[in-house]
Design a protein around this ligand. Structure first.
Ligand code: ADE
Length: 232
């Protein structure tokens, strides 16, 4: 079966290089969202911008699946580092991902677990994960890890108040869409992987670093995805 991947980024800066380097064949609008049918590196794919957060990304992901029947979903973008070994520009490829801000502990459910279910960690597809890991980016490391997702931008104070992100949840990086993409893909049985370049260290300079660097470092995620596509 020929493959038709869908690629989602949350911000313009995260999908700009796909639109620049690929050939856009058609554009479709759904509500405020635009879906680009395109050819990139010889592969027909759909590219879309979700906007920020778990709800926006879930909407776009479900619409993509229902309308375009992609063979896989690749999320491309930036993240804040939680793992202190990671530097700005390094890339985290999801081994798995989780919503860190769903919290039903008062009802006896572990943090990160969807209440009244056993759903918490969403595992990336092995083939997509391994293809991403086999790519390279000059001067930066590609790291296989756990992506934590929630509807908050984290800075130094937040991280101090949320030690569980690294202690209990063993997160390597933090962002705002991967866990909801993982959930929607799991519910629909669609393989996925999240590719996130570190734009900041979720510390006191996170807001400044993110604002300065997200345009630049998003290119590392693009570089990895563009190396993966011809090998699908
Ligand atoms: N995406 C990039 N940096 C982030 C941070 N510090 N917190 C949440 N999402 C992010």
């Amino acid at each position: 079966m020929s493959r038709k991947p869908a690629i989602i980024g949350a911000m313009d800066s995260e999908i700009a290089m796909y639109l620049e380097h690929g050939e856009v064949k058609a554009e479709h609008k759904w509500h405020e969202f635009v879906f680009y049918e395109m050819n990139l590196k010889g592969v027909d794919c759909i590219v879309s911008k979700s906007g920020i957060g778990k709800v926006m990304s879930a909407m776009v992901c479900q619409h993509l699946i229902d309308t375009y029947a992609p063979t896989e979903i690749i999320f491309t973008g930036v993240a804040g580092a939680l793992n202190t070994n990671l530097d700005i520009g390094d890339v985290v490829v999801s081994k798995d991902c989780m919503q860190h801000d769903i919290d039903g502990r008062a009802l006896g459910f572990p943090r990160g677990t969807i209440l009244f279910s056993d759903k918490s960690l969403f595992e990336a597809d092995d083939e997509l994960h391994d293809l991403a890991m086999a790519s390279h980016v000059d001067g930066h490391r590609i790291y296989s890890g756990r992506i934590l997702t929630g509807d908050q931008f984290f800075t130094h104070k937040d991280i101090e108040d949320h030690a569980y992100l690294t202690t209990d949840m063993a997160g390597d990086c933090i962002e705002m869409e991967g866990g909801s993409i993982g959930l929607v893909c799991a519910e629909n049985n669609v393989p996925f992987v999240i590719v996130r370049t570190i734009s900041d260290k979720a510390d006191g300079s996170a807001a400044e670093d993110f604002s300065k660097l997200h345009h630049l470092v998003a290119g590392n995620s693009y570089s990895i995805v563009s190396q993966m596509l011809p090998k699908l």
